[in-house]
Design a protein around this ligand. Structure first.
Ligand SMILES: *[C@@H]1O[C@H](CO)[C@@H](O)[C@H](O)[C@H]1NC(C)=O
Ligand SMILES: *[C@@H]1O[C@H](CO)[C@@H](O)[C@H](O)[C@H]1NC(C)=O
Length: 233
């Protein structure tokens, strides 16, 4: 997978440990006829329900395009349905990651989880992805709740991405250069917030994505040729 994100930290952050919390994900599939829940809000309340629908790490492995390596040791579940992903400094001697022909020094261990199922918007249908989140926004942090194409890149839909600027971003990619990106203020990062994306077929080829923060529509963007394309969550 190729990606446009920055590939390294400009400066090591002062903290050595930060958590990203996810509560009650809810993913549903919509067609003209009905709505089906694919990932219920109880998914993170036990190891068995997590394992049925999610796997640790990225779908392609432990590394992506940042200075953190994913490890199952950084993932915690709790009986009230909260998933906690924690970044900590990596033990010395990590092999560098490789992305886009570049070597990236690994400075942190962190956590990622990927849904076992893939999500391909269908003609006349769509998906809702919703989550309650507590996400850090400090410099050097980069949590994300996102979809990316299984067979290449793009499509990519960033349903919530915090790039260490204090803001939250919502992005839809048609190509690496044709991107709609919306950054807005992210108040009180220490509190829970809700994010939701509604993805809908427009014309049998393209989709629209409505991005919500705390129940308010922030922006509507378009995804070219997304219908029928399977995405990872
Ligand atoms: C989970 O979803 C059910 C209905 O699907 C709802 O009644 C319940 O309040 C939800 N729980 C939380 C913690 O949001
Ligand atoms: C991407 O394509 C969709 C569908 O054609 C369109 O609505 C959207 O404006 C395009 N995005 C950009 C950045 O051009």
């Amino acid at each position: 997978m190729t990606c446009r994100h920055r590939t390294s930290l400009r400066r090591p952050p002062r903290w050595t440990r930060f958590p990203l919390l996810f509560l009650v994900p809810l993913v549903s599939f919509t067609s003209a006829a009905k709505t089906t829940t694919l990932i219920p809000n109880t998914t993170f309340s036990s190891r068995a329900s997590f394992d049925a629908l999610f796997a640790p790490n990225y779908p392609w492995g432990t590394d992506h395009n940042g200075a953190a390596r994913m490890s199952p040791s950084q993932i915690q579940l709790s009986s009230d349905g909260v998933l906690t992903l924690t970044a900590t400094r990596a033990p010395a001697g990590q092999k560098p990651a490789s992305h886009g022909g570049k070597q990236i020094a690994i400075k942190y261990l962190s956590g990622a989880v990927a849904a076992r199922q893939h999500f391909a918007p269908q003609k006349g249908g769509g998906f809702d992805f919703a989550a309650e989140v507590k996400a850090p926004v400090g410099r050097g942090t980069w949590p994300a709740f996102w979809l990316t194409y299984v067979d290449g890149w793009p499509p990519e839909i960033d349903m919530a991405e915090w790039k260490g600027s204090g803001k939250i971003s919502f992005n839809t990619f048609n190509t690496s250069s044709q991107v709609q990106a919306k950054d807005v203020a992210y108040p009180q990062p220490g509190e829970w917030h809700s994010v939701k994306s509604e993805i809908r077929d427009v014309d049998g080829r393209d989709v629209s994505v409505r991005y919500y923060l705390d129940g308010k529509l922030v922006v509507t963007q378009g995804g070219k040729g997304y219908v029928g394309k399977a995405m990872y969550l």
